[in-house]
Design a protein around this ligand. Structure first.
Ligand code: M6R
Length: 609
């Protein structure tokens, strides 16, 4: 996720900006840049890669000035490069902007600005902001920023400076974090508290659509209409290590909590809401010919493979198209049959998993067309695929994948529904119904997270169980697989997943009093079947947790504990039902004294076989 900093005071700005950017490195980034305003005007330096490359550029040509803005970029629009790094400037180079978030209507704004003679220099969504502010600027930077904001759709935290406003940084946020540090004769902005702590512990937390005007000796706040707002000054008591994790004990817990935002970011730009709601994948190059495929093959590893299994059920349900799902390491070594008209969906958080890339290259060689779902712009997978759909989850630092998974599911649903609509398998009304339901998921995820203490309490009583089995049917089976993987990789508990109907074909022999069974029960047509399966394992002494809907009491009599999730159409429940399981795995790992962020024997990205 991008990191923003800004400084205005009496010190040289460059070292402060670089130092503050270093404190945001934990967020992940692929390039960095600063803009400093001094006697030589507004000077910008940017460099792809680690901050040290930016430092080398600055060391070669020192920039002086006591105010400036800086940025570490996690690419979303346009691959990592010097050109795409922030800050971005207007044509004359007098206004500089750093941005965290996604401008959803950037293509439309770019076309509008291009018609007015603006020549763009980057592929980013951010550059439109600099040109828009320029368009509205006539001496008052605050007013120009306010005007520009009325044109922006999406999420943003912004830092803006202008060569002719030598005592002013404008900062604003909507759906992206931004904090203002209030110092003595100096003020500073940052995406996150760790960047401020060396300078001040007195902070203002900006709320959505609030604008801050930082001068050397003051900070003032305004609403979007330009009316003054009074803000409370808060004192930060965290240490730096805790601050990096946003106050959470581990990155994994932070990332679990980032899911509502990540889901919103991944969904919002892809929904068109003109007369009726529809899914917009045209911007990634999708056209009707893709939906005419005879077969879809989904290939991935680990958690991403589980997203693929949900994808199979979703494609078959919404688009009536046959789907094969393959583990990439198996696919690449067997003798798969390719048919003309096959399309491949390759899913990978990192976009660098060796087996997944090998499977993708085999498919490509066969002449198949490839859609990549990945979280990393400019990754090998993104570069080599025909179409790329990004999960806008931001960098995932914990080894156990959480927000990448749920955003992969969001992408899979969008593509499956789009196929379904184009193939005439779902009507406009049904499509609008499912889009509404997808739009509710982020808030529903938030509601689950607000009850995390229930799961923490349950984990405290069960973390030392030696066996945990997850079972479900259809979409719930896919989430059972993902939940079992999560629990085993960070808590080291022996956990397995079963399609509930398979129990009697063997696995039930393992069940005894020491077994915890998590039954995921969200497929309404199969409740009776699940009830029978639960009774079978209960009769053998297992403890039972049921995950089901808020308003559902079908399983109350057979479960020892029920975790409830908000109601959504059955095919969409995986995005919600996995969250209690992620939390359960996390709390079990912590109870066992494990570091959930760095589980033993595992690497975040498996770039070798
Ligand atoms: O980067 P990828 O999505 O291709 O990674 C695939 C798997 O290695 C990954 O999902 C792994 O299973 C995670 N540790 C699961 O939490």
């Amino acid at each position: 996720m991008c990191g923003i900093v800004g400084y205005i005071g009496d010190e040289e700005a460059t070292p402060v900006l670089i130092n503050a950017l270093k404190k945001l490195e934990y967020r992940g980034y692929d390039s960095a840049g600063i803009a400093v305003l001094g006697d030589e005007g507004l000077v910008v330096r940017k460099a792809k890669g680690a901050l040290k490359f930016l430092e080398q550029k600055i060391a070669a040509e020192i920039i002086r000035g006591t105010m400036g803005i800086g940025h570490t970029r996690w690419a979303t629009h346009g691959e990592p490069s010097d050109q795409n790094s922030h800050p971005h400037t207007n044509v004359s180079g007098q206004i500089a902007v750093v941005h965290n978030g996604i401008i959803e209507n950037h293509a439309k704004l770019k076309a509008w600005l291009t018609e007015r003679g603006v020549a763009f220099r980057s592929e980013t969504d951010t550059e439109v902001i600099a040109h828009l502010i320029d368009f509205y600027y006539s001496g008052n930077l605050l007013d120009a920023v306010r005007e520009a904001l009325t044109r922006l759709e999406g999420s943003y935290a912004l830092g803006v400076i202008c060569q002719t406003n030598t005592d002013e940084i404008i900062a604003v946020r909507k759906d992206s974090p931004l904090v203002i540090g209030a110092g003595e004769g100096e003020n500073i902005i940052a995406s996150d508290v760790p960047a401020l702590l060396e300078y001040t512990r007195n902070v203002y937390y900006l709320d959505d659509r609030e604008i801050a005007v930082l001068k050397r000796g003051s900070v003032e706040f305004y609403d979007e209409e330009g009316r003054p707002v009074q803000k409370e000054l808060c004192r930060v008591e965290w240490d730096v290590a805790a601050a990096e994790k946003g106050g959470y004990e581990h990155f994994m817990l932070k990332e679990i909590h980032e899911q509502p935002t990540a889901l919103t970011d991944t969904l919002r730009a892809r929904i068109k809401t003109y007369a009726t709601k529809s899914i917009n994948l045209e911007e990634i190059g999708f056209n009707e010919s893709w939906a005419k495929a005879d077969r879809v093959i989904i290939t991935a590893c680990g958690t991403a493979w589980h997203a693929g299994i949900v994808g199979k059920y979703a494609f078959e349900h919404f688009a009536r198209i046959p789907v094969d799902v393959d583990i990439a390491s198996e696919f690449r070594y067997r003798d798969p049959i390719f048919n003309p008209g096959d399309i491949f969906i390759i899913i990978s958080q990192s976009g660098e998993t060796a087996d997944t890339l090998a499977a993708m290259r085999m498919a490509k060689k066969s002449g198949a067309r490839i859609i990549a779902i990945t979280n990393v712009v400019g990754s090998t997978l993104a570069r080599e695929a025909d179409l790329v759909m990004y999960t806008w989850a931001g960098p995932e630092i914990a080894v156990a994948s959480t927000k990448a998974f749920t955003t992969q599911l969001m992408c899979v649903y969008l593509i499956a529904l789009k196929f379904g609509a184009l193939r005439g398998c779902i009507s406009e009304t049904e499509l609008a119904y499912y889009i509404d339901a997808l739009e509710e998921l982020p808030a529903q995820a938030e509601r689950i997270l607000s009850h995390k203490e229930d799961i923490q309490r349950f984990a405290a009583g069960n973390f030392n169980k030696t066996k945990a089995f997850f079972m479900g049917r259809l979409f719930d089976y896919a989430i059972s697989l993902e939940s079992a993987l999560k629990l085993k990789e960070i808590s080291y508990t022996h956990s397995e997943a079963f399609a509930a109907g398979e129990l009697k074909h063997g696995p039930i022999a393992l069940v005894d009093e020491s077994t915890l069974v998590v039954a995921i029960c969200t497929q309404r047509a199969l409740f009776e079947k699940m009830e029978s399966n639960i009774k079978e394992v209960k009769a053998r002494g297992a403890s039972i947790i049921v995950i089901t809907y808020d308003d559902e009491h079908f399983f109350d009599a057979v479960a020892d504990e029920v975790f409830r999730i908000p109601c959504t159409p059955d095919p969409l429940t995986p995005i919600l039902s996995v969250i209690p399981c992620q939390l359960y795995a996390y709390y079990c790992a912590v109870q066992r004294g494990n570091d959930p962020d760095k589980p033993r024997n595992l690497a975040k990205s498996v770039t070798v076989e």
